[in-house]
Design a binder for this molecule. Structure first.
Ligand SMILES: [Zn+2]
Length: 308
């Protein structure tokens, strides 16, 4: 009898605590293993330059994942006039509706630079994997602001490059950032651009012991806001208080039009594997994806307080 009662207690107790946990419905948190798995899958596809078989497979993968989370997905096709001629590109955009008119725009690019055998684990992969995992969280969340997540095509300079040097010296702003320029122009036309409170870009955030410096071309208050969020979580060693000018990237397509923008990037790799065939999966550390993902996840409730 005593034994039976004890047995009953051990059965009943977990059942009660499970019910309790279920009622409290703890918020899902950023899962770096999932983000890393996305990077692994993208790398496995191989090179993903605009208008290639590889990028079409990447589009299929990104859209399939987003739909599996119940996200509303928009495919924005456009023709980009490049030095290689007109290329069909596609931005993939998730628009989650909040109560007011303010929009927070989280972005990355999913194309890779057109260098033979370049698979872009960090450059293209790390930001895409992180945004896919954030989409899983936010598509299931009740957001009070409008949250848009954009995956840009055509960030990289177009050309049939042979190595990093040839890209570097031909990186003209009229021949790169096609996706972000297209989206910013469309949003200006539709009148939506003026509702964007902040545009955040994640690009090359995957290196081991990532050191994300403060891009001096990004909007000051927004950079402060993100770095404060990181410091609150104890990630000052990743979001370091050091200025660095990034130069051309997708955030400028919005900053040029008066939108607050910030680029999260560890550009210390520019003299190692950046734009080389060494940008492989081993360069991406799930821990870096975890830190950046957690910081970005924590910015959203803070934005909701800032822009009620
Ligand atoms: Zn690049």
């Amino acid at each position: 009898m005593k034994r039976a009662a004890a047995l009953l207690a051990t059965i009943a107790f977990p059942a009660v605590s499970w019910c309790f946990a279920h009622l409290q419905a703890p918020a899902a948190s950023f899962d770096a293993a999932r983000a890393y798995e996305h990077v692994r899958h993208l790398v496995e596809i191989g090179p993903r330059p605009p208008a290639s078989d590889g990028i079409h497979r990447a589009q299929e993968y990104i859209i399939g994942q987003l739909k599996s989370y119940g996200c509303p997905v928009e495919e924005h096709d456009f023709h980009a006039s490049t030095v290689l001629g007109s290329l069909l590109m596609q931005n993939i955009v998730v628009k989650l509706h909040g109560a007011g008119s303010g929009i927070i725009l989280y972005t990355t690019h999913y194309d890779t630079v057109r260098i033979p055998n370049f698979v872009g684990a960090d450059d293209g992969g790390s930001g895409t994997g992180t945004m896919l995992e954030l989409a899983r969280l936010w598509c299931a969340r009740k957001n009070s602001l409008n949250v848009w997540i954009a995956f840009f095509d055509g960030e990289e300079a177009q050309g049939n490059w042979t190595d990093a040097g040839s890209v570097r010296w031909n990186n003209d702003a009229s021949n790169n950032t096609f996706g972000s320029r297209e989206m910013a122009a469309q949003m200006a036309l539709s009148g939506e651009l003026k509702h964007v409170k902040a545009m955040i870009l994640a690009d090359m955030i995957g290196p081991k012991n990532a050191r994300i410096t403060r891009d001096t071309g990004s909007t000051r208050w927004l950079t402060d806001f993100i770095w404060e969020t990181a410091a609150q979580l104890g990630y000052q060693n990743t979001f370091v208080n050091k200025d660095y000018p990034v130069g051309g990237d997708d955030h400028f397509s919005f900053i040029r039009r008066g939108v607050a923008g910030c680029d999260l990037i560890d550009f210390s790799v520019r003299d190692t594997y950046w734009h080389t065939t060494q940008d492989t999966l081993d360069k991406v550390d799930p821990q870096s994806l975890a830190i950046v993902g957690q910081v970005l996840a924590a910015t959203l409730p803070r934005f909701e307080k800032k822009f009620p």
